[in-house]
Design a protein around this ligand. Structure first.
Ligand SMILES: [Zn+2]
Length: 299
């Protein structure tokens, strides 16, 4: 297993010509209370220590999937277009960028054939646009962009319990600037890649499954953003439908555990992915994956 510090370029070979690479699309701090919803601070601060402004570390992790036919990026991170105020509020780490992480994996922006979004909150979609001389342009001009139809509609209409979660100025540009395919429910996207609608964080949030010949990896997005969120009641206050998150994430975690799959974490600051085991106290425990499938990509 690649050490967590090598996160930026850690890769897994799923067999059958499917290689998955963890791509850091940003690093930001979010309010610890909001990240754990109804869980009292004395419990969560032991697992995820806050800074003096009550913020905890969060990765904005994307996944790069290379198959024989396609180069797919799942989510695009928070981007780097923060004003000074938001850069301070979120403690954005300027040293981390999607472009640099992709370059480290040997991929050019023009190589990406598909951008697959779990949902369109800014910390998952802002990286799909970049500022070139004051103009917003698509970061991945050759890519087909894919999201659930319902999520696209909700995002453009700003249907959210958080004013800042969908950025209208971005989404209006992105909607017209790239090619889109809208998914509706569950189904295949490409050979070895399928999506499943997982309501909870948003109504039409989707999780992504990558099925190689030897391994299956699930990217549950904000249904289960970190290892801490494996605990059934640890649910983000940002979630639109927390009881759906509660039930759906336990079903998915059980499936991952029973099937010996790998689960990838979008916001976990420590590790990009884990396998799961039963845990009497917390329900599920995250365990490091076996080094034998590590295929850390050399460009
Ligand atoms: Zn979100």
């Amino acid at each position: 297993m690649t050490p967590a510090s090598a996160d930026a370029a850690a890769s897994l070979d799923l067999g059958g010509d499917i290689v998955v690479t963890a791509i850091l699309g940003g690093h930001m701090r979010l309010d610890g209370g909001a990240m754990f919803g109804v869980v009292p601070k004395p419990l969560w601060e032991r697992v995820s220590p806050p800074d003096d402004r009550n913020r905890i570390a969060n990765a904005c992790r994307c996944l790069l999937i290379r198959t024989a036919q396609a180069t797919v990026l799942v989510d695009t991170g928070c981007g780097d277009r923060f004003n000074d105020r938001n850069r301070d509020i979120f403690a954005v780490d300027a040293a981390v960028s999607l472009e640099a992480s992709l370059a480290a994996a040997g991929v050019a922006l023009t190589d990406i054939t598909h951008v697959l979004f779990t949902h369109l909150h800014f910390d998952h979609s802002a990286g799909a646009l970049r500022d070139v001389a004051g103009e917003l342009v698509p970061t991945f001009p050759n890519a087909i962009h894919i999201v659930q139809q319902g999520e696209f509609d909700d995002a453009l209409a700003g249907r959210s319990i958080m004013r800042s979660s969908y950025v209208a100025a971005d989404l209006d540009v992105l909607a017209g600037a790239v090619r889109w395919i809208w998914t509706d429910g569950d189904g295949p996207i490409l050979p070895g890649v399928r999506v499943q609608r997982t309501k909870g964080h948003t109504e039409h949030h989707q999780s992504v499954f990558f099925e190689g010949e030897t391994e299956t990896l699930v990217f549950p997005g904000d249904l289960m953003p970190t290892r801490a969120h494996l605990r059934p009641y640890w649910i983000m206050a940002y979630d639109m439908f927390p009881y759906d998150t509660f039930t759906r994430k336990q079903e998915l975690a059980q499936q991952v555990q029973d099937s010996g799959w790998i689960v990838a974490w979008d916001h976990d600051p420590g590790v990009p992915w884990s396998r799961l085991a039963a845990d009497e106290r917390t329900g599920f425990a995250a365990i490091d994956i076996d080094a034998t499938i590590d295929a850390t990509y050399k460009s």
